[in-house]
Ligand binder design. Structure first.
Ligand code: NOJ
Ligand code: CA
Length: 599
């Protein structure tokens, strides 16, 4: 009897703990941790594809991509083997910052279609057993949002405290904070003679998250979309939501990178935990924070699963290695490797990471990290895919990178759409600080518009993006050579290599959960690393150069079964490798080495 009482107490305790864990995580199916201590989760095993709707596919000839266009190309997206789509903002917006300035969170942007079009997109995505993640842009709204229209009317308007208003200080701005889109972060509003805060464009006033009503509004709009069935959110500049309401000046040493101050507000973690309690914990969804300004030391505070804040964040150290505050800079492979190693070291098995090297705010992947010349574009784009899908973290593919789309050959300021560029032009060129030629030359390497040119679908006029006369942003003139139709028809294309890499990653737990170890950190041309889970280990060797290299695999590791290579036929098993220009290979590590896997 005693034995049965103990047994049933144990069973009861187990069920209780399972319920606690599942309530806390929002998951209905807690599973045991794997050999490396990770809890398996669908969003750790997923590959995410980012769609920037304006540039994806136009269905009605107005020159602007739209939701119906996306729905019509789900075969193309799913053909890669990705399981999650992240949709950049599709909400009603006057488009001062291409949808990152939201006028109505519950309405679809007119140019993108209707709510019925959204529902159809979501339904079709689900029908294909994929998931849809939305962009949650709640650090700021558009100045045309009804809350701000009210807020600016008078100091005693009920919506006044939805935003951050301050009187002048010594007849000037309340402090020296700067906007990411040039100039002061404060704008004087004539109606009441006070300043409002905008960390981005003047048309993007920052919300006041210290007002509990604002937080409740955010939670309600999140539920509105979650109840429709969306599978989570990418959260725009989420660490900026809490501000030090005393607004001290930025000290001189913080002015080059104010994001580290903006991301360190006093209540950010409290608010994210509240959001988790009130909303996220009730759904099985994924969250990824755009954590601009977050240090590696601060990262576990956001993503440690025991803290119930976010699942993962985007860290910008790697993606921004080629620029310093918008100015292009050279970088070395050891620098890049050390970023990945430091990120890995900062996160234990309770945390999770993302892997991304491009998005709508950065230049094209192959132009920034590979070699976009005719000779090496294909090989280097495939090498980068090999890295993207074998580093530790959920990989994010930005639309068009699977085609090896390249930066745009900008010639004049009129070629740009981006508000960041237009404001910087006024501040730097019109004021005479920088020459127009230098300004444009730099933007050819750094501009966000490089990544925003329309997807090149085929070699017909306007690259098959639109049947209209003029796309909203010019199409890259290389579309006759680089386009989806050609890529689908060519088994050796970058697109098909992405598919093969995603398939390899998806069926190989060691490439998802396995330990990462850089075998040769100082090597300036070759990135060689292992991923190991239990007795299963893989070796990844990437030649980041156009030189042929005789590479001796570091002692103790024998490359055995070749899993994939980006240049076709190559050595099957070896201890020395003859690497061709931009060659990338993934090997299984010989079982005799596996127990010796370094950790
Ligand atoms: C980050 C977004 O990715 C970017 O496109 C936007 O301009 C800013 N946040 C402001 O929302
Ligand atoms: Ca359209």
């Amino acid at each position: 009897m005693h034995f049965f009482r103990i047994l049933s107490a144990c069973v009861f305790y187990f069920l209780l703990m399972s319920a606690v864990v599942s309530a806390a995580t929002g998951s209905t199916d807690p599973q045991p941790a794997d050999a490396n201590g990770y809890q398996p989760r669908w969003w750790k095993e997923a590959v995410v594809y980012q769609v920037y709707p304006r540039s994806f596919k136009d269905s009605n000839g107005d020159g602007i991509g739209d939701l119906k266009g996306i729905t019509s190309e789900l075969d193309y997206i799913q053909g890669l083997g990705v399981n999650v789509i992240w949709l950049s903002p599709h909400y009603d917006s006057p488009n001062a910052d291409n949808g990152y300035d939201i006028r109505d969170y519950r309405k679809v942007m007119t140019e993108f279609g209707t709510m019925a079009d959204f529902d159809e997109l979501l339904r079709t995505v689900k029908q294909r057993h994929m998931r849809l993640v939305l962009d949650l842009v709640v650090n700021h709204t558009s100045d045309e949002h009804q809350w701000f229209v009210e807020s600016r009317k008078s100091k005693d308007n009920p919506y006044r405290s939805y935003y951050i208003w301050r009187p002048a200080k010594n007849s000037k701005e309340p402090n020296n904070w700067t906007s990411f889109f040039s100039g002061s972060a404060w704008k004087l509003d004539p109606a009441t003679g006070e300043y409002y805060l905008h960390l981005f464009a003047q048309k993007q006033p920052d919300l006041n998250w210290d007002n509990p009503k604002v937080r409740q509004e955010v939670y309600d709009l999140m539920k509105f979309w979650l109840d429709k069935g969306v599978d989570g959110f990418r959260m725009d500049v989420i660490p900026f939501v809490s501000k030090d309401q005393t607004f001290p000046d930025l000290p001189a040493n913080a002015q080059a990178h104010p994001e580290y101050v903006y991301a360190a507000g006093p209540h950010m973690h409290e608010y994210l935990q509240e959001m988790n309690r009130e909303v996220l914990s009730k759904y099985d969804v994924m969250t990824v924070g755009e954590a601009f300004g977050t240090t590696l030391q601060q990262t576990p505070l956001l993503v440690d699963e025991r803290r119930h804040e976010l699942n993962m964040i985007f860290n910008f150290d790697a993606v921004r290695i080629n620029q310093e505050n918008g100015v292009a800079r050279g970088w070395t492979l050891p620098e890049l490797k050390s970023i990945f190693t430091r990120q890995d070291a900062a996160l234990d098995a309770h945390c999770w990471n993302t892997v991304f090297l491009s998005n709508h705010d950065n230049p094209r992947l192959v132009s920034a990290f590979g070699d976009d010349s005719a000779a090496y574009r294909v090989a280097s784009a495939k090498l980068l895919a090999t890295m993207l899908f074998t580093l530790k973290g959920t990989p994010f593919v930005y639309q068009g990178d699977e085609l090896g789309m390249t930066n745009y050959p900008f010639k004049s300021i009129d070629d740009f759409d981006d508000i960041e560029v237009k404001n910087a032009w006024k501040e730097r060129v019109v004021s005479g600080k920088v020459s127009a030629a230098d300004f444009i030359a730099n933007l050819r390497k750094t501009s966000r518009d490089n990544a925003r040119t329309p997807i090149q679908w085929d070699h017909s006029s306007n690259a098959g993006f639109t049947t209209g006369a003029k796309p909203w942003l010019a199409i890259n003139p290389n579309y006759p050579q680089i386009n989806a139709k050609a890529a689908l028809a060519d088994r050796g294309s970058i697109y098909h290599y992405y598919r093969a890499m995603i398939e390899l990653r998806s069926k190989t737990p060691a490439l998802i959960y396995g330990d990462f170890k850089d075998l040769d950190p100082a090597n300036s041309k070759v990135f060689a690393y292992t991923r190991a889970l239990g007795s299963d280990a893989y070796l990844i060797v990437l030649n980041f150069s156009k030189e042929e290299i005789e590479y001796a695999i570091p002692a103790g590791i024998t490359a055995e079964g070749l899993q994939i290579s980006n240049l076709g036929k190559t050595e099957a098993a070896a201890t020395r490798l003859h690497l061709r220009a931009w060659e990338a290979r993934v090997y299984k590590v010989a079982s005799s080495n596996r127990t010796a896997q370094p950790n």
